[in-house]
Design a protein around this ligand. Structure first.
Ligand code: NAP
Length: 302
């Protein structure tokens, strides 16, 4: 196991982590970004971003890729390794290496919430998906369902309605969390059927998904679909950091001032922390604040 030393190690290459990297690189800090999957985080799934100030419209993929190139153009160092542990002394241990830093920024975002239903795992990639923009094309001309009542579910249903033959939008309530304008836009789509006040109780099929059973006030119904897009929100994965941070009951990292954790030199940024609004704008705001905090605290030490 090799050992390396950096000014700052950023865990997570989503919008918060990459924004931190951008600010730190521009301040000539020696940094490492550790990412377990691909750069971009959840914003990669956004078909179109229209609420980022100063940008009329951009796809999530283009936004993330531009930000990634901004970081790479400044010689930003990204390693695709899974972090296993962070120690109080700012040692970061991955499955391959051990790194040491003056400061660590946790910007691990959140992951798709699972429905936790039988066969959900078995049908992953065989009918079950958590990303409409990634997998929608596999269902061209077919019938699919989208589960959820937030902005992601409504945007997924809108996106899929242009590709597939029929979309069932299934939601457990009759009210939506999603913006009203998007819901109204979806209602205008002729191939979208709203199935409200219903829960998904089982997934059926031999090799791949063929139908799903729904329940409404103890009445069951079966709908034939080849795809189920689960869009029921996000959840953090912060258990591995519990030795250095406090978590709230949902697993988000607690920070009194929105940037510091309970451990000196371990900062937090983006969706992974306790906060009232999880948006692209707030993620990049967090990223810039964490970076400037790190720069100030490192410079004070020197
Ligand atoms: P979300 O807003 O948390 O909505 C999750 C939805 O899934 C809710 O309707 C919830 O139902 C439902 N749900 C949760 N657990 C469920 C379960 N076990 N079974 C069935 N349904 C379940 O999540 P999101 O849509 O992914 O959005 C996350 C954040 O990103 C939000 O702040 C959202 O506004 C933002 N976002 C913004 C945009 C945009 O601005 N263009 C696009 C996408 C996302 P209940 O309502 O009954 O709780």
């Amino acid at each position: 196991m090799e050992e390396f030393f950096y000014d700052v190690i950023i865990v997570g290459a989503g919008p918060a982590g990459l924004t931190s990297a951008l600010y730190l690189l521009r301040a000539n800090k020696n940094i490492l970004i550790l990412e377990k999957e691909s750069y971009g985080g959840q914003i990669l799934n956004a078909k179109e971003i229209q609420n980022y100030p100063g940008i009329l419209s951009i796809s999530g993929y283009d936004f993330a890729t531009n930000l990634y190139h901004q970081v790479k153009n400044l010689s930003g160092n990204i390693k695709y390794e899974t972090v296993l542990r962070v120690e109080k002394d700012k040692t970061v241990i991955t499955e391959k290496n051990k790194y040491q830093a003056n400061c660590v920024i946790l910007a691990t975002g959140s992951s798709h919430r699972k429905l936790n239903i039988a066969q959900e795992k078995d049908f992953l990639g065989k009918g079950v998906s958590y990303c409409a923009t990634c997998d929608g094309n596999f269902y061209k001309g077919k019938k699919v369902a989208v589960l959820g009542g937030g902005n992601t579910a409504i945007e997924d249903a809108l996106y899929l309605s242009d590709i597939v033959s029929k979309v069932y939008l299934i939601h457990r309530k009759s009210e939506f969390r999603a913006d009203n304008t998007s819901v109204e836009e979806l209602k205008k789509k002729e191939n979208v059927i709203f199935l409200l006040n219903r829960t998904v109780v089982s997934l059926n099929g031999q090799e791949k998904l063929e139908s799903i059973d729904l329940e409404k006030e103890k009445t069951k119904e079966t709908i034939e679909v080849e795809g189920l897009f689960i869009a029921i929100g996000q959840e953090p994965k912060n258990e591995i950091f519990q030795n250095v941070v406090d978590l709230d009951e949902k697993g988000y990292i607690i920070s009194e001032d929105g940037v510091h954790t309970k451990t000196k030199g371990i900062l937090v940024a983006g969706d992974t922390r306790v906060k009232t609004l999880r948006q692209l704008t707030t993620a990049v705001s967090d990223g810039s604040i964490a970076a400037t905090t790190a720069i100030r605290e490192i410079n004070e030490k020197e």
